[in-house]
Ligand binder design. Structure first.
Ligand code: C2E
Ligand code: MG
Ligand code: MG
Length: 575
């Protein structure tokens, strides 16, 4: 290549470079070029569009004029440090527009050097990321905030709780988690419609926000459930508990005020569970469970109140869960036993055992013999009453069959307690008949004891089932009579054989004139409906005499015998 040719070529190359630079300057996002001392030399059109500054506004000045005040000196120092080390910086930065508005942008700064490595220029390019930021914020809003109330949601509450636990672990301070559940909100929601229900929730949320201070949080963590985190209450447990209680009271007060809804004003109280936390052992998930337990306790204490979580409550619940598991196993493991309490009839001064009531016991491997008071309610709540009741029926039928084969016991009848849930099963009749058939027991000797609560909502179905079983010869006794709600009209329709006077009326029979009057009426009622009558809980000769005097001749109670294990019952019979 000749000298001329070479000059020609270099000129062409330089021109091309200029062209490229010019294209970049006109086509890409905002660009700003400064000299080595950061004096602005040139900006492009996009820069003006983005910032509102024209060339005349900025050339000769430094980029400081763009500063938004969002970043501190350390931020800019770190930026300069990075450029000094790597010739480049990239990141998000908030700048100010000419009119004053602040906006986020993604900026890249590159240092341009000459052949000797000395910086000659800086080139900064920007992209406006306001849109992206808005989208990000919206996503965060959706992920961490409740749409209806605008309050933090469960996820954000849990994050905040974790943070509070970690902070308090360092300072040894106490914080509190309060869980507020609106009382019977569902009824209001169903009655007034969801729009008004939503309005009530929004008002409730706003009121709660007024109960807390800056560092605390109110969140909506479920339908009508709000959580309040009081992050840092005090170094003293007592103080912290007092403060948490004060806030809970305030919450109850504000939530309990009238809610102005479209249709009219409404009341809706709340129940609050409170748990304190401190130290490293606290954990967000278990705190939430504990607050929930306390909240449920507040509900079962009567609602519109607060309850502090305490270890005794937790222990009671853990014990209950354990008992349920053990009871489930006990049924299959042969740990249940029946005791038999004689039922006697006194005729012409002579006392004769005519039957027995089967009363279930649980021979617990560690706790010894447990009475039904310790597990029947649990069995009913958990549904275990069904297998338990089936076992009792089977065992009672086998016992009846065994008695039938001995002359001195052949005439005994056996009463079995039947729970409502058990009786209301679709196949209850089949179950009873199967138990009787398997054991080859006489249905006429089996008496089922029902309680009045069974009749509350199901009278027709109950009567139908009773009639079906009665057709096979079974008999029915109404247990604990006088303590329930059965009306006389029901009683007349029920195919009963016997009323069983509840022991609570027998206890003070001779001294309490009310009890005496009730017992007298029950006996008269039984006679007029042509039903047999038996008194339970008879403990003294005086009670027996009094009852005889009123016309009751059938008895069950400690005066005659305790409920006995089978062997003792047999021995008692032959005495
Ligand atoms: P219940 O059917 O009214 O049984 C009478 C209860 O009174 C029995 O208590 C019995 O031990 C007690 N008792 C008997 N005589 C006297 C007395 O003279 N004085 C006093 N103070 N009490 C007396 P227990 O065995 O603890 O049974 C309590 C309840 O548990 C029963 O009341 C019954 O409702 C239920 N239960 C017992 N066994 C079963 C069962 O197999 N199935 C179902 N579903 N419930 C049962
Ligand atoms: Mg009974
Ligand atoms: Mg009873």
């Amino acid at each position: 290549m000749s000298t001329n040719e070479s000059i020609e070529f270099r000129l062409q190359a330089a021109q091309n470079e200029l062209l490229v630079a010019d294209m970049i300057f006109h086509s890409v996002g905002a660009v700003m070029v400064t000299d080595a001392q950061a004096h602005i030399l040139r900006i492009n059109r996009a820069f003006t569009d983005l910032t509102g500054y024209a060339s005349a506004d900025v050339v000769g000045k430094t980029p400081r004029i763009l500063r938004s005040g969002h970043h501190d000196d350390a931020f800019y120092a770190a930026m300069q440090d990075t450029i000094a080390r790597t010739d480049q910086w990239q990141g998000e930065i908030w700048d100010r527009r000419k009119g004053g508005g602040v906006f986020p942008k993604w900026m890249t700064i590159s240092a341009v050097k000459d052949d000797h490595g000395a910086i000659t220029h800086f080139v900064a390019t920007y992209i406006d990321i306001s849109e992206r930021k808005r989208a990000e914020d919206r996503i965060e809003q959706l992920a961490f905030y409740d749409v209806l109330t605008g309050l933090p949601n469960r996820a954000l509450m849990q994050e905040r709780l974790k943070l509070a636990i970690a902070t308090n672990a360092d300072t040894d301070h106490y914080g509190a988690l309060l869980l507020a559940d609106l009382d019977r909100f569902r009824t209001i929601n169903d009655a007034l419609g969801h729009t008004q229900g939503d309005a009530l929730l929004q008002q409730a949320g706003l009121r709660l926000v007024d109960c807390v201070q800056g560092g605390d949080m109110v969140a909506r963590i479920g339908g009508d459930e709000f959580a309040v985190i009081l992050a840092d209450l005090s170094g003293s447990q007592e103080q912290a508990a007092y403060k948490a209680q004060t806030t809970a009271r305030q919450m109850l007060a504000v939530l309990g005020r009238d809610y102005q809804l479209a249709s009219s004003a409404h009341l809706c109280s709340a129940s609050i569970g409170v748990v304190l936390f401190q130290g490293k052992q606290a954990n967000a998930e278990s705190l939430l469970k504990q607050a929930e337990l306390a909240m449920y306790q507040a509900k079962s204490d009567g609602r519109n109140r607060q309850h502090f979580f305490d270890v005794a409550l937790e222990r009671a619940i853990i014990e209950r869960i354990q008992l349920e598991r053990e009871l489930r196993e006990a049924i299959g493991a042969g740990q249940l036993v029946l005791h038999y309490q004689p039922q006697v009839t006194v005729v012409a001064g002579i006392c004769r055992i005519v039957g027995a009531e089967a009363l279930v016991r649980w021979a617990h491997p560690l706790d010894g013999l447990l009475g039904p008071g310790q597990f029947i309610a649990l069995a009913e709540e958990t549904g275990l009453i069904l297998p338990l009741g089936a076992w009792v029926l089977d065992t009672a039928c086998q016992q009846l069959a065994a008695w039938a084969s001995e002359p001195e016991t052949a005439g005994l009848s056996l009463s079995v307690n039947v729970s409502a849930a058990q009786f209301l099963q679709d196949n209850f009749v089949t179950q009873v008949l199967t138990s009787l058939a398997h054991a080859r027991a006489d249905p006429c000797r089996l008496k089922l004891e029902l309680t009045e609560n069974l009749l509350l909502n199901n009278a027709d179905a109950v009567i139908a089932t009773m009639n079906e079983l009665r057709a096979y010869g079974l008999r029915f006794s109404l247990d604990d009579f006088g303590t329930g709600y059965s009306s006389l009209s029901y009683l007349k329709r029920l195919p009963l054989d016997q009323l069983k006077i509840d022991q609570s009326f027998v206890r003070d029979l001779e001294v309490d004139t009310n009890d005496a009057a009730i017992v007298r009426s029950i006996i008269a009622l039984a006679h007029s409906l042509d039903l047999a009558v038996i008194a339970e809980g008879v403990e003294t000769a005086a009670q027996k005499d009094f009852l005889m005097h009123l016309g009751c001749h059938d008895f069950q109670g400690y005066y005659f015998s305790w409920p006995l294990p089978l062997a003792d019952f047999d021995r008692h019979l032959s005495d």
